[in-house]
Design a protein around this ligand. Structure first.
Ligand code: CA
Length: 367
C-alpha cells in the first residue's frame, strides 16, 4: 500500500518536478537545475552513492581507491577525497577542552549555506576557497543545520570536510545536535524544505531513511554530542534547565543518552523513561527557552553555572536579530536569525573576552 503510494508519488515528481522548478531561480546556478546529494548508503557490503540531477536520480557504487565522480554541481562542498568509508563513527569521549586560544561559535544555520560561508570568511575561519583558515582555533556549530532552507546536504558535506581540515591543523570543529537534527533523524519532517520532499520521491524513501543507520551521513550525525565545554564555557543548543540539572547528569551522560537511547528509537520508549523523556522534552537541552523568558534571574543563572561548574553557557535556538548577552556574559544567546537568509552573526571568544562578529567583518565587544 505504502509502496504503491510512493511509486505513484515518484512518478508524479519525475514527470512534473522539472517543470515546476523551471520558474524558480532560487538554486545557486540560476537555471532550472535541481541538484541534491550525494547520499551514501552501505548496502550488501558496498558503498552506493545516489544523487539527484535535473535529469533524475543517479547512482554509483564507490570503489576503494577511486574517488567518486558525481556530476558537477551535485554539492559544491562535497569532496570525495574526504570520504572515509572505513570510519568507525565512534562518538568522541572527550567533551571538555581546555587551553583553546580562539573560539568561534555559530548556531541555527537552517540550510543557509552561502550566508554561513560569508560569515566564516568575514572572520577568517575559512579562506576564499572555503577551506579551514582558523589554525588551532575551535569552531562550534551549535546545532540546527537541518530544516527550513534548501542547502542542508551541502552544509553537511561542508562541515564534514572542515572537520578533517581543522583536525589536520590541530584545530577542531564541534558540530552539536540541535532539535532539528534530532527531528530529522526521528522522521519529524514538519520543517523540511520542499526540495527534500522531491528528493524523497526520487529516492523512494523517507527523509530519515536518507540519514538512516546504514548511511554515511547518518552514522556521522549519530556520533555528534549535545553538550561540550571549552575553557569553562559550556555549549549546548538550547540550554540546561534547572529541572534537568537536578538529575545530575554529566555532559557525557547526556550525549550518550541522545546517541544511544534517543536517536533512532521509537518515541514510546523515550517517553516511557523519565530521564529520556526529560532530555527529549521542551525543558531538555535541545528545546529549552527559559533563559530568555521574563522573570529569569541572575540568581538562577548563577545557580545553573555553579551546578555545571562553568563560567558561561552559550546557546542558540531562541532567535534574536543579533547575539545577546545576559548577566555580563554568563549566558550568551547566539541564534542571530541566520535562518532568514539575510543577516547573522558569529560569536568570537578570545582571551576570555566575548565579541559579536558581524557579516561585514566587524567585531563588537559583548559585556
Ligand atoms: Ca532550534
Amino acid at each position: 500500500m505504502e509502496n504503491t503510494f510512493l511509486r505513484a508519488w515518484s512518478l508524479w515528481a519525475i514527470l512534473w518536478l522539472p517543470l515546476s522548478l523551471m520558474g524558480q531561480s532560487a538554486h545557486s546556478n540560476g537555471d532550472a537545475a535541481y541538484y541534491d546529494g550525494p547520499y551514501i548508503f552501505f548496502e550488501d557490503g558496498q558503498a552506493i552513492a545516489r544523487w539527484i540531477t535535473p535529469e533524475g536520480l543517479r547512482e554509483k557504487a564507490i570503489t576503494a581507491g577511486q574517488p567518486l565522480e558525481a556530476d558537477e554541481g551535485v554539492s559544491t562542498s562535497f569532496d570525495p577525497s574526504y570520504l572515509d568509508l572505513q570510519a568507525s563513527f565512534e562518538p568522541s569521549p572527550q567533551v571538555v577542552f581546555n587551553g583553546v586560544e580562539h573560539i568561534v561559535a555559530v548556531s541555527d544555520i537552517h540550510g543557509q549555506y552561502d550566508l554561513l560561508l560569508s560569515l566564516l570568511r568575514a572572520h577568517q575561519v575559512i579562506d576564499e576557497t572555503n577551506n579551514w583558515a582558523f589554525g588551532e582555533g575551535h569552531l562550534v556549530i551549535l546545532g540546527d543545520i537541518f530544516d527550513r532552507g534548501d542547502e542542508v546536504t551541502n552544509l553537511l558535506w561542508f562541515v564534514h570536510k572542515l572537520e578533517q581540515q581543522a583536525e589536520k591543523a590541530n584545530g577542531k570543529v564541534h558540530y552539536l545536535l540541535g532539535n532539528h537534527e534530532v527531528m530529522a533523524l526521528q522522521g519529524d519532517l514538519r520543517y523540511i524544505h520542499k526540495k527534500y520532499r522531491y528528493t524523497m520521491a526520487y529516492m523512494g524513501m523517507s527523509y530519515d531513511q536518507l540519514f538512516g543507520e546504514n548511511t554515511y551521513l547518518g552514522r556521522w550525525l549519530r556520533s555528534k554530542p549535545v553538550a561540550i565545554s571549552i575553557n569553562r564555557t559550556a555549549f549546548v543548543h538550547a540550554g540546561f534547565s534547572e529541572a534537568l540539572l537536578r538529575k545530575k547528569l554529566t555532559f557525557g551522560e547526556m550525549n550518550k543518552a541522545f546517541q544511544q537511547e534517543i536517536i533512532g528509537h521509537p518515541e514510546d520508549s523515550i517517553l516511557a523513561d523519565p530521564i529520556l523523556n526529560l532530555l527529549y522534552s521542551d525543558i531538555g537541552p535541545i528545546w529549552y527557552r527559559g533563559y530568555f523568558e521574563d522573570g529569569f534571574t541572575l540568581w538562577q543563572a548563577k545557580n545553573i553555572l555553579n551546578n555545571i561548574r562553568k563560567r558561561h553557557v552559550v546557546v542558540g535556538h531562541t532567535s534574536f536579530s543579533e547575539i545577546v548577552s545576559l548577566f555580563r556574559n554568563r549566558i550568551i544567546g547566539i541564534d542571530s536569525s541566520i535562518k532568514n537568509g539575510k543577516n547573522g552573526e558569529l560569536l568570537l571568544i578570545h582571551k576570555k573576552k566575548f565579541y559579536r562578529g558581524t557579516l561585514n567583518g566587524e567585531t563588537i565587544r559583548l559585556k
